[in-house]
Design a protein around this ligand. Sequence first.
Ligand code: SF4
Length: 304
Amino acid sequence: MSTTSAAPQEPLPTVENAVPAADPHPAAAEEAGAARRSGRCKKLEAQLRGEVGRAIADYRMIEDGDRVMVCLSGGKDSYTLLDMLMSLARRAPVRFELVAVNLDQKQPGFPADVLPAYLERLGVEYRIVTEDTYSIVKRVIGDGKTMCGLCSRLRRGILYRVADEIGATKIALGHHRDDIVETLFLNMFHGGRLKAMPPKLVSDDGRHVIIRPLAYCAEKDIARYARGRQFPIIPCNLCGSQENLQRAKIKAMLRQWEREDPGRTDRLFRALQNVTPSHLADRTLFDFASLTATRAPAGAEADI
Ligand code: SF4
């Protein structure tokens, strides 16, 4: 009689214990992964380009012959903005020029060579402007206080001047849908005003038209796109300033709302495009004082 000792049984693979088999062609798998990632990036690019194209058309942001100054800070939003506008400039039926402008504010540690190298590679016309606003802001604002307000005002003044120098007809900024909705809540919560950040506006002195072509784009899509494209991001806190605390709180509030009720930020943005002044309370927008009934009260006709 022959006996066979039972070999220890291999557990049957289950969903829980399954381990991926070693890939005999790791390079091919990596290539396939890269192709999938690049496919996703292309899809996202097409989506963002569509949103930018729609915003430009809806608000007539760019017209034939425009020379658009694209403000490039080195953050994800402005890289995406430049990318989208370059892509549209190649495809759009209207002809417009782009000039990328970066302001080197002399923050300590600002990598001054990153943007010129990137822009050279792109082959886009560009200008790097160097102005030491950092020292001014540091001198004026006390330690530990948020410097972003003064810093942005100084930056805006310089950018307007540069727009004149280069003959720009439009100034494009990288604010997106979430920036616009956050600004709405900042103004409501802290200023008692129903006011956001418009997709297109004229500067206070009436000399410049500012456009925000990313107005329809969600920040999370821009962030994903920027990661996929591996833009050489330069952080905007080299100066050590804290992000505006109130804005950060509102951002967190909106993120929480979005988790609980997906699509809410988008609906809030759409609300800005769909305003009914007669159902608000601003007497300068709607003539409440002159409101009268358009029909005689019931029974009045019988009395006549
Ligand atoms: S983080 Fe620094 S560079 Fe950016 S806006 Fe604020 S003060 Fe200016």
